[in-house]
Ligand binder design. Structure first.
Ligand code: SAM
Length: 271
């Protein structure tokens, strides 16, 4: 399992180059893409395709080659294979056949983004891609809403706006979001703001919506002192955006069942 660069080709590891040079076969998610990478490093190798549509069919052929004593390197288009990329089915089949699987660590977009986010949090949850359709996306976000960990998402440029809209709608405006865009590439940019301001920032310049994204969103904070649940905070925030403070607090108390006084104090802080 050979991790490859997520943009900057100089991020390839020495070990990855050794293995790619010496492998009998390189199984690649997109052989054209990998030819470009190999060409850059002067490596010629036998490439076979292994992608999400043929992984089950390709796996037995690769296992047969391994049984013949050949070495097979697996790469994806970018980053670490098996992480929001094909590879897991092959790995499982190879191990089940009693053969070793050796991981070579290297680039990964989520870890790269987290390392530069500057959030002093011990835990994160790698989520990868949310569903493409808004209904599915909102449902999955609802299941994540109460988790007190940084959430790490992958997103494509054509869905970035609608995903950020759903993040705001489901998680509320008070959380921090970091947009880590085009990491290791020419137009790398890292921007942090509140979810409440995220859409306006994205729409402030069309270039901000281009390229590949990792989105990091801070986890649910349960206001321990007040004993207010994350869900009640979210309701309060949504109502505060539309209504005068007293009315928002009254309604939030009715909807959530939380104490009015505690919600009132929180509303003052939020305002
Ligand atoms: N296996 C890869 C890894 O280890 O990070 C992830 C592959 S996944 C199919 C591709 C997604 O990863 C992109 O849509 C984007 O969300 C994220 N990604 C990949 N390269 C990136 C980069 N240079 N900057 C920001 N995000 C990136």
């Amino acid at each position: 399992m050979v991790a490859t660069p997520i943009g900057n080709l100089r991020d390839i590891t020495l070990r990855a180059l050794d293995v790619l040079k010496s492998a009998d076969i390189i199984a690649a998610e997109d052989t054209r893409n990998t030819s470009h990478l190999l060409g850059h490093f002067g490596i010629s190798a036998k490439l076979v395709a292994l992608h999400e549509h043929n992984e089950r069919v390709a796996a037995p052929k690769i296992i047969a080659a391994l049984h013949e004593g050949k070495t097979v390197a697996l790469v994806s288009d970018a980053g670490t294979p098996g992480i929001s990329d094909p590879g897991a089915i092959l790995v499982d089949a190879v191990r089940a056949a009693g053969l070793p699987v050796i991981p070579l660590p290297g680039p990964n977009a989520a870890i790269c983004a987290l390392s530069a986010a500057g959030w002093d949090e011990p835990h994160f949850l790698f989520y990868g891609f949310l569903p493409a359709k808004s209904s599915g996306r909102r449902k999955e976000l609802e299941a994540l809403r109460e988790l007190p960990y940084i959430l790490a998402f992958y997103e494509a440029p054509h869905r970035i706006v609608e995903t950020v809209e759903d993040l705001f709608r489901i998680l509320g405006g008070d959380r921090n979001i970091t947009f880590a865009r085009e990491l290791t590439k020419l137009f790398e940019s890292i921007h942090s703001c509140k979810l409440a301001d995220a859409l306006a920032w994205l729409q402030g310049d069309p270039n901000r919506q281009r390229g590949e994204f990792v989105l990091l969103v801070s986890g649910a904070t349960v206001a321990v002192e007040e004993g207010i649940s994350a869900e009640a905070q979210r309701i309060l925030q949504l109502l505060l955006a539309e209504l005068p403070l007293k009315q928002a607090v009254k309604l939030a108390a009715e909807i959530s069942g939380e104490k009015k006084n505690a919600l009132y104090d929180m509303a003052l802080q939020l305002k």
